[in-house]
Design a binder for this molecule. Structure first.
Ligand code: AHR
Length: 348
């Protein structure tokens, strides 16, 4: 009798130990997977990882604005890879061009009590309210790539990214040199990026501020084409239909729209780079290749590889260091003479 009771107790104990070992094993693996998955994700997935509460690593919640361009893909990879190489745990959210989704993601980061929040904002305005919420929660914010237009600059610690206004000026200066002053008007068309976004606003302004000194340089058309290949092609097709051979210059705010526009120009029967001077911004390998083929005349570089700077800034912020309000990335311009040399070393 005693023996069978002992046997039952022993059996129950063994079962309990086995269950506990399984649970330990399972949750142990899950943590590893979470850490792994934090850094190996599909571009379009929304949530890359959920930070494990027992982790002592600093947690960075990053709201990426989308995956509209080659530049953006390179930017996301740079940030993910830099996180992998560091001890910073990354929670990555892709907002697919929606400011609402960015705000939702930021609120979620606050709930998760991340250590730092980074935002690549899709547009400049509409951030005051949510950034105040983040400030109240005591979480520092780093803005990367595009800017936010907020009334209180203390709502974010620093901005890391390009000088988009200067990019526009570089494009304008090239055009002044490229086309000597003429008695007849020189028609320009412009493909702008996402409406209300910093690069679209500042690249347009920088360009205009430089070329306004020349009355022969005249805008025929200027439209938003969302920084995408498809929209770039669609809008350029429309420009060509309306203005045809009066178009002498295309100023496109990014490479992807340029790729679409090049197709439209060729389909129309014109030679890009010759019949139409093509100026683009970003500097992806594909753009440099097109320039090497003679289809693009100028590439103004915009550096997407912001990951190392971002991770460094996260560490500095958490150490309590004071960061400069703006960290501007150094950038170049490439002409048909310098393109070939650059192609081999381009990682994106
Ligand atoms: O904000 C940077 C811009 O956004 C890049 O020029 C463009 O390619 C991207 O979509």
């Amino acid at each position: 009798m005693h023996f069978s009771k002992l046997k039952t107790t022993l059996f129950a104990l063994t079962k309990l130990i086995m269950t506990m070992s399984f649970l330990l094993l399972f949750f142990g693996c899950e943590q590893v997977q979470v850490k792994e998955s934090a850094n190996h994700v599909e571009e379009d997935s929304h949530v890359v990882s959920i930070a494990t509460p027992i982790s002592k690593e600093p947690v960075l919640g990053f709201s990426q604005l989308g995956s509209e361009s080659e530049w953006r893909i390179a930017n996301s990879s740079s940030i993910k890879n830099s996180a992998i190489e560091s001890d910073v745990k990354l929670i990555f959210q892709n907002a697919e061009q929606s400011q609402e989704k960015q705000i939702e993601a930021i609120r979620e980061f606050v709930k998760q009590k991340v250590d730092v929040i980074a935002i690549a904002p899709v547009v400049e305005t509409g951030w005051d309210y949510i950034l105040k919420e983040v400030k109240q929660a005591g979480i520092p914010v780093i803005i990367i790539d595009r800017l936010v237009d907020v009334t209180d600059p203390s709502l974010y610690v620093t901005h890391i990214g390009s000088d988009f206004y200067e990019e526009g000026r570089k494009a304008g200066k090239y055009l002044l040199d490229k086309l000597p002053k003429s008695n007849k008007p020189i028609g320009i068309v412009e493909l702008k990026g996402t409406e209300g976004s910093t690069p679209s606003i500042a690249r347009g302004k920088g360009f205009r501020d430089v070329i306004s000194s020349r009355s022969d340089l005249q805008f025929l058309k200027s439209e938003n084409a969302d920084f995408t290949v498809a929209k770039g092609k669609e809008v350029m097709k429309k420009f060509l239909k309306e203005k045809g051979r009066d178009i002498r210059v295309l100023y496109s705010h990014n490479d992807d729209m340029t790729f679409g526009a090049l197709e439209a120009i060729e389909e129309y029967g014109l030679v890009p780079g010759k019949d139409i001077v093509v100026i683009t911004v970003d500097g992806t390998r594909k753009a440099l290749e097109k320039m090497n083929e003679g289809k693009i005349n100028l590439v103004v570089e915009c550096n997407p590889l912001l990951g190392p700077n971002l991770i460094q800034a996260v560490k500095e912020v958490l150490k309590g260091s004071t960061l400069p309000k703006r960290i501007v990335t150094p950038e170049n311009v490439f002409t048909q003479v310098t393109a070939e040399k650059e192609i081999a070393s381009r990682s994106y």
